[in-house]
Design a protein around this ligand. Structure first.
Ligand SMILES: [Zn+2]
Length: 465
């Protein structure tokens, strides 16, 4: 049985959870994005960021959770250098359900994963170990992140294997991005711990996992470790283990805190927040269309194949681009995005640098349909557009991408190919299917601008004579 605790930052907010310091701490020199509130100075008072409540509630609703009638905040006491306050403001369902959400569910490949609880809390500061090892003598602390908003999502132990965990995290990451509450591609924006147990054994928590890739590996390692102990009759201890990124194993960590060690108390400086049904309704209305609803709409309205609709709807960048360009030729545009464009803008950096707009896609599909360029030329043009942002007409006239449909001109090029490829010609005579090799050669010679239908026709004629 595998359960997850996932921490997601609400990266798109202006200010921190309880003060007016910037939520986007990544832009600042260390320890410059701080104030008496997030540093917990005596006499300072927290003020709850209403937008954070709104966005976190949207996540809860998107994960089919129940939302409470009132929100409460608690102090979780602990002594560690990442928090100068010596406590973290978080949520706890001590007096009934008072955290952002509970009892949600997400379905992955027909399997239901239950969400136990979602809570809103503050992120602590960052500890930076000089030399990137915890054994180092020097630890630096940066409080810029302290007090920014985190949404913690706790699942029931409903996962059967690491693969389901990966699918779930991908779905969650797409969902957060689609809601516009977080940019999961930012470093540290989504972090996950796992608890793993096998039949008859106690629960082991695995922490300190740097990436989703490592999370999958650490779960896999834990399952094998626990199975091997059980086979040898050694009982599995309930403990916290840390993931050792270098050795790719989990190791026992002695500093296990129990819930009662945290001495939770109600945060008296933040009053109960009453969530009336009007606010909830308003937020529900403001929520962007869900990924599954987008997918259904693309299939029924535009007649787009299921797999293409899946790719388009689950990636906010692609679906935004698609929606802006769907005035006409939706099917061709969907195709262009999911085949030709994908490799050109597959990372956050490439997307930020890309000069491509929806208008470019519209224009490109139009000139393919008009027969002015071939699909393969359009793909070349796309590369140029992403790099330079030049208009489609400019690129076609400057780079000679216009389709060669002149029979005489094409026949000349084909004759050249035939004289250069005597073996392939002989083969094509014996086995007509191999003629595609020669079509490919013509395409290569013309940089993809030859009209493919005409090329095939002329080739066939020339070979048969
Ligand atoms: Zn502050």
């Amino acid at each position: 049985m595998i359960g997850l605790e996932i921490h997601c930052q609400l990266t798109n907010l202006q200010s921190k959870l309880f003060c007016s310091c910037k939520a986007n701490y990544r832009e600042f020199e260390p320890n410059t994005n701080i104030c008496p509130v997030c540093m917990g100075m005596p006499g300072s008072l927290p003020k709850l960021n209403q937008k954070a409540v709104e966005k976190a509630t949207m996540i809860a609703m998107a994960l089919n959770c129940k939302t409470p009638q009132r929100l409460g905040f608690f102090r979780k006491n602990y002594f560690y250098p990442d928090s100068p306050k010596n406590f973290q403001i978080t949520q706890l369902n001590m007096y009934g359900p008072t955290s952002i959400g509970e009892q949600g569910r997400v379905s992955i490949e027909g399997k239901e994963i239950r969400i136990r609880r979602i809570q809103l809390e503050e992120d602590p500061g960052r500890l930076i170990y000089e030399g990137a090892s915890e054994k180092t003598q020097i630890t630096l602390v940066d409080y810029n992140r302290a007090g920014t908003q985190l949404v913690e999502i706790v699942t029931e132990p409903d996962f059967d294997n690491p693969r389901q965990v990966r699918i779930f995290l991908n779905i969650l990451s797409d969902l957060l991005e689609n809601l516009g509450v977080s940019d999961p591609s930012l470093e540290g924006a989504m972090r996950a711990d796992a608890n793993v147990s096998i039949e008859g054994g106690l629960r082991v928590e695995v922490k300190n996992i740097g990436s989703f890739h490592d999370l999958e590996k650490s779960i896999h390692f834990e399952l094998i470790r626990q199975q091997s102990l059980t086979e040898r009759g050694i009982p599995i201890a309930q403990e916290t283990r840390h993931w050792d990124d270098k050795r790719k194993i989990t190791i026992s960590s002695r500093s296990k805190e129990e819930e009662e060690d945290y001495r939770y108390i109600l945060e008296g400086d933040i009053p109960w927040v009453i969530l009336d049904s009007q606010s909830i309704e308003k937020w529900k209305k403001n929520m962007p269309e869900s990924i599954s609803s987008k997918k259904d709409r693309y299939i029924t309205k535009y007649d787009i194949p299921v797999q293409v609709a899946d790719v388009l709807s689950s990636d906010k960048y692609y679906s935004d681009l698609f929606e802006q360009a769907t005035e006409s030729n939706a099917k061709e545009i969907a195709n262009m995005i999911t085949t030709d464009l994908m490799g050109l803008v597959d990372t956050r950096e490439k997307r930020e640098q890309s000069k491509l707009t929806a208008k470019h896609l519209l224009d490109l599909v139009e000139i393919i349909n008009n027969g002015k360029v071939t699909r393969s030329s359009a793909k070349n043009a796309l590369q140029e557009i992403v790099k330079t942002g030049k208009s489609v007409s400019e690129i076609v006239s400057q780079t000679g991408l216009a389709k060669i449909s002149d029979e005489g001109e094409l026949a000349k090029i084909i004759s050249e190919v035939i004289s250069q490829e005597p073996t392939a010609v002989q083969q094509a005579k014996e086995n007509p299917q191999t003629i595609n090799y020669l079509v490919g050669k013509v395409m290569q010679k013309t940089k993809g601008t030859a009209d493919p239908t005409l090329t095939l026709k002329i080739l066939k004629e020339k070979i048969s004579t």
